[in-house]
Design a protein around this ligand. Structure first.
Ligand SMILES: O=C(O)CNC(=O)[C@H](CS)NC(=O)CCC(=O)C(=O)O
Length: 288
C-alpha cells in the first residue's frame, strides 16, 4: 500500500515467544508476517531471537546458521510471497570466521519485498551484565562484536536505521544513524523482566525524542525456556515521544502509520539537530 497518495505507510511490529524449537518459531513468525501483510503492512519487524532462544550456550551455538542457510532462504521466500519487507533482528549468524572463532554474530538482516538481503548489521554493543542473584548475561562469551554501523536504508516506510536490543542503551549509535539520515530507528529486542520494567519504555522514548525519529521495537515476551523470561511490551514511539502502538500481553502484532510530514514538522519546530555542538563534546577533560 506504500506510496499511494494520501495513504501513510503502515508498519507491523511482532511480539513472540521463541523457544529452542526453530520449526515452531518459524511457523509462529510466518503466521504473524502473513497476518500483517493481509492488513496492508509494508514492513514487518520481528524481535531478537526470532529464529530461536537456546537454553544454553552450547545449544545456541549449535543451532546457528549462515545468512546463506535454509532459514534465511525461507524468510526470503516468505517476504516475496507476502510482498512485504522484513526486519529480522537478532538472527544467530555463523559468519565466515565461525571455523576459527567458534563464535556467532548477533545479526540484523533486512529483506526487501522481493526477498533480497538489502542490509546486514551485526550488534556492536554486547550485553555483558550481571544483576546479583537475578540476571546473568555474557553475550561476548559466544558472540563476536560487529565492527560497523550501517547507513540507514530507504524502505517504503522511510529511511531505516538498524540496531539491536542492548544497543538501545547507547545514544551515540542512534545519533550517528540520525546524522546519517535515519527517519525510523529499530531495536529488535529480548529484554529481561527486571531491566525491561525499569528501562525499556523510557529508553525507547528518549531515543525517539532526542533523534526525532520513529522508534520501532519488536520484542520477545514470556517464557522462552526453563530459565528465561522476556519482558515483551513491543511498541512504536513517534518522533514527539508518544507511544502510538503497543502489543497486548502474549504473542501478536501492533501496527503504526509512519507520518513523515509530522516528523519533518517536529524537526523544523525544534531544530535540535542544527543546535548540536560537536565542536565541544570531545573537549571535556576526563577526571584525573
Ligand atoms: O542470546 C540470545 O539468544 C539472544 N540475545 C539476547 O537475548 C541478548 C544478549 S544475551 N539480550 C540482551 O541484549 C538483553 C538486553 C537487556 O535486557 C538490557 O539491556 O537490559
Amino acid at each position: 500500500m506504500a506510496g499511494l497518495p494520501g495513504l501513510k505507510p503502515l508498519v507491523a511490529v511482532g511480539q513472540v515467544t521463541s523457544t529452542p524449537d526453530k520449526e515452531l518459531n518459524f511457523a509462529a513468525c510466518a503466521g504473524l508476517v502473513r497476518e500483517a501483510s493481509r492488513r496492508g503492512a509494508c514492513l514487518v519487524f520481528l524481535p531478537e531471537g526470532f529464529d530461536y532462544i537456546g537454553s544454553d550456550t552450547a545449544q545456541t551455538l549449535s543451532l546457528a546458521e549462515g545468512l546463506d542457510g535454509d532459514l534465511m532462504g525461507r524468510y526470503a521466500e516468505l517476504a516475496r510471497d507476502c510482498g512485504v519487507w522484513l526486519s529480522l533482528g537478532g538472527f544467530h549468524e555463523r559468519g565466515r570466521d565461525w571455523p576459527t572463532t567458534q563464535r556467532i554474530y548477533n545479526c540484523h538482516a533486512l529483506l526487501d519485498a522481493a526477498g533480497r538481503l538489502v542490509a546486514v548489521y551485526r550488534k556492536t554493543h554486547l550485553c555483558d551484565v550481571e544483576l546479583e542473584g537475578r540476571v546473568t548475561m555474557k553475550e561476548s562469551s559466544f558472540t563476536n562484536p560487529g565492527t560497523e554501523i550501517v547507513p540507514p536504508v530507504s524502505t517504503p516506510a522511510g529511511k531505516l536505521g538498524l540496531s539491536i536490543c542492548y544497543d538501545l542503551r547507547f545514544p551515540e549509535i542512534s545519533l550517528a544513524l540520525r546524522r546519517a539520515g535515519a527517519e525510523i530507528l529499530t531495536y529488535p529486542s529480548a529484554f529481561t523482566v527486571p531491566t525491561g520494567s525499569a528501562h525499556w519504555e523510557v529508553l525507547l522514548r528518549a531515543r525517539a525524542i532526542e533523534s526525532q525519529c520513529y522508534v520501532v521495537a519488536a520484542a520477545q515476551t514470556g517464557k522462552n525456556h526453563e530459565r528465561r523470561t522476556s519482558y515483551g511490551h513491543a511498541l512504536v514511539v513517534d518522533p514527539w515521544g508518544a507511544v502510538v502502538a503497543q502489543c497486548r500481553e502474549g504473542t501478536g502484532l501492533c501496527y503504526a502509520e509512519i507520518d513523515l510530514d509530522y516528523l519533518h514538522r517536529i524537526r523544523r519546530e525544534i531544530p535540535v539537530h542544527s543546535h548540536r555542538r560537536p565542536d565541544l563534546y570531545g573537549t571535556v577533560a576526563s577526571a584525573p
